[in-house]
Design a protein around this ligand. Structure first.
Ligand code: PLP
Length: 303
């Protein structure tokens, strides 16, 4: 891996205990695995998801990595940054109108040397149009939107062994493509339950996409929860913003409007609703990436 995670872990504790006040008979422990502390740009789960696909690209003598994402994509910026570090070219196909002013995230992508191609949202799912773009690049390696892949899943099996994870009863993560969740599920112990908080509204394909990544291998049970998307991908009503600000002031943990803000909010609500049995030990994965927050007017967040 381009970033020596072992070294980072030796230097700082990535595990943070949350002194949650849970109900009288609940006795629930909540620990957070702060993957966001690994690196500001190649933050959180992206480092794990990209490691094996990029190795594969290099092994196949591919020199240009092409992938795709939105204007505030954690995946695009992490890809741009890691490719630069590895001496690879990168191209990002952005789901947006090309008349759009570059977002701070996309500006950073170009600073890391990523070439940007804009595709109208209506053309985005058109395979032929996409193939026309890909044809222009020799020795290119394609990575699916959000890094959805078996290699990414395998990379994410390296997350739990970073810490003493065996004592936990539940492992909670944000879910976009489900690649991270699949990796967690493959590496967890059989009695542990993985709880995935979906960031999208009514993503009915998610279960099937995750099962495809699990590929019938033995894995810990998982449950997808769709109730905390706050109206859909990147939607952020003031209830979410207020929660994120309070959460930061209380625990000094920055979260984002797309993924982790919704996860920590969900954890609170699920504890209140007695979703977790008494004496549960929860491990919440802070999956990193704060790019979505750059879409907010300044001073919306206190951090
Ligand atoms: C990309 C991302 C996710 C989604 O991960 P998947 O493996 O696609 O489910 C979750 N959290 C953050 C912060 C991310 O950047």
């Amino acid at each position: 891996m381009i970033i020596d995670i072992e070294k980072i872990i030796a230097q700082q504790n990535l595990l943070q205990k949350l002194p949650y006040k849970t109900g009288i008979n609940q006795n629930i422990i909540v620990d957070v695995l702060r993957l966001d502390k690994i690196d500001v740009v190649a933050s959180g789960n992206k480092l794990f998801k990209l490691d094996i696909p990029l190795k594969k690209a290099v092994d196949n003598n591919c020199t240009t990595i092409i992938t795709t994402g939105g204007p505030y994509s954690n995946h695009l910026i992490a890809t741009a940054y890691i490719c630069k570090t590895k001496g690879l070219h990168s191209v990002g196909i952005v789901k947006a109108h090309h008349t759009m002013k570059l977002t701070p995230t996309l500006q950073d992508c170009t600073t890391f040397g990523m070439g940007l191609i804009f595709m109208q949202p209506t053309d985005f799912n058109n395979k032929e149009k996409l193939e026309q773009v890909l044809k222009k690049y020799d020795n290119s390696f394609w990575i699916d939107m959000g890094g959805y892949s078996e290699g990414g899943t395998e990379g994410c099996t390296k997350i739990l062994p970073l810490i003493d994870y065996k004592k936990y009863t539940h492992i909670i993560t944000a879910v976009g493509t489900g690649t991270t969740l699949a990796g967690l599920s493959l590496s967890a112990l059989k009695h542990q339950k993985i709880v995935g908080i979906s960031s999208m509204k009514g993503n009915s394909n998610l279960q099937t996409s995750i099962e495809r990544l699990l590929n019938s291998k033995p894995h810990a049970a998982f449950e997808l929860i769709h109730d905390f998307n706050f109206g859909g991908f990147a939607k952020h009503p003031s209830a979410l913003i207020d929660f994120m600000n309070d959460f930061y002031e209380q625990y000094d943990i920055p979260t984002d409007i797309v993924y982790t803000g919704k996860v920590f909010y969900a954890v609170n609500r699920l504890i209140e609703a007695s979703y977790f049995p008494p004496n549960s030990k929860l491990l919440v994965i802070h999956t990193g990436g704060l790019q979505g927050n750059r879409s907010l007017p300044i001073n919306t967040l206190v951090f």
